[in-house]
Design a protein around this ligand. Structure first.
Ligand code: NAP
Length: 294
């Protein structure tokens, strides 16, 4: 039987409705919610992403401001901007658009964002709280993965989950989330000796690497649930021999889908959920700022 397609767009629409109601409630009881994105330099992808954020923020009733800094911004100037937003009582959430220009230290800038305003959940303090299963604001993409699994009714408790890719803001937080939800988790990375041997043990396989078609049919146990986080732009020939650009995941969808129980498409799987989680985190930030613990 072909796999159930886990429709990230449909789940994202559900979450947007929930967030819209929460924003309206917060507005009538406590005031406006405002999201600020910082964009350094003239990166077109960053501006496009910011425009998408703005549209979605407006849909759910959140104010949005893009703070643009020149390409030559120094680390000190970036820090000053983040500090200003940290203390601005009208600003609920701060996003730092990546990539930053090469001369800037991304981790240092992320570390500077107030953990209560860090709506992407990238501050090490927020990632650290995951170990206590008490995140203030959890990393968006990892949240998107677990929310997708939860909404699709897949049982995590007792399942064997394998997470391929162990980056600080995606793979490792996903690993920790699944562990705290009582899955038995294997974390695979570049030094994993036999990837096929590990991934074929998975009831739930999460792939977050950034390599097109890394996972083929030989990596997936029949009946597994496959969550593809990867986003890769590839150049291919279409049926007519024309060169086309396409977005694909890390999983060879056409090969794996007939064998899996459920699978996320790319695009249209984890991606839309990640943006929805950003908005949900913004409401969460607004609520938690009313009752800070650090
Ligand atoms: P990243 O920081 O580059 O991390 C990739 C991870 O995969 C690293 O731990 C890397 O190890 C590991 N890796 C590399 N080759 C491997 C291999 N052959 N086998 C096993 N592990 C391997 O990337 P990221 O930020 O985690 O993002 C991963 C992918 O998800 C990218 O395609 C990104 O565009 C996408 N993404 C999607 C969303 C979404 O909303 N859908 C959000 C964020 C990211 P080393 O560091 O040792 O090389």
């Amino acid at each position: 039987m072909p796999a159930r397609i886990l429709d990230g767009k449909a789940y994202a629409a559900e979450i947007r409705h929930e967030v819209t109601r929460q924003v309206a409630w917060f507005h009538s009881h406590h005031g406006q919610i405002k999201l600020c994105a910082v964009l350094v330099g003239s990166d077109d992808a960053g501006r496009l992403y910011a425009e998408r954020q703005r549209k979605l923020a407006i849909v759910v009733g959140v104010q949005y401001e893009l703070v643009e800094l020149p390409e030559a911004t120094t680390q000190e100037e970036l820090t000053t901007t983040i500090d200003r937003l940290n203390v601005d009582r009208l600003v609920t959430g701060i996003i730092l658009q990546l990539p930053l220009p090469a001369h800037l230290d991304t981790a240092a800038a992320q570390y500077r964002i107030d953990p209560y305003k860090d709506v992407e959940g990238v501050n090490p303090a927020n990632i650290g709280w995951l170990f206590y299963d008490e995140p203030i604001i959890a990393p968006c993409t990892a949240l998107a993965v677990t929310e997708l699994i939860r909404r699709s009714g897949v049982t995590v408790r007792g399942a064997h989950a394998v997470v391929v890719g162990q980056s600080r803001i995606v793979g490792r937080p996903v690993t920790m989330f699944l562990l705290t939800q009582m899955a038995t988790v294997t974390g695979c990375h570049i030094a994993t000796r036999d990837l096929v041997a590990e991934t074929t043990r998975a009831d739930i396989l999460v792939v977050a690497v950034g390599k097109p078609h890394l996972i083929g049919i030989e990596h997936v146990r029949p009946g597994a649930v496959v969550i593809d986080v990867g986003i890769n732009r590839v150049t291919e020939q279409d049926a007519a021999g024309k060169t086309v650009r396409r977005t694909v995941g890390d999983v060879d969808f056409d090969a794996v889908a007939p064998n899996a129980a459920a699978i996320t498409p790319v695009p249209g799987g984890v991606g839309p959920l990640t943006v929805a989680m950003l908005l949900r985190n913004t409401v969460e930030a607004a609520r938690k700022q009313l009752d800070r613990k650090i």
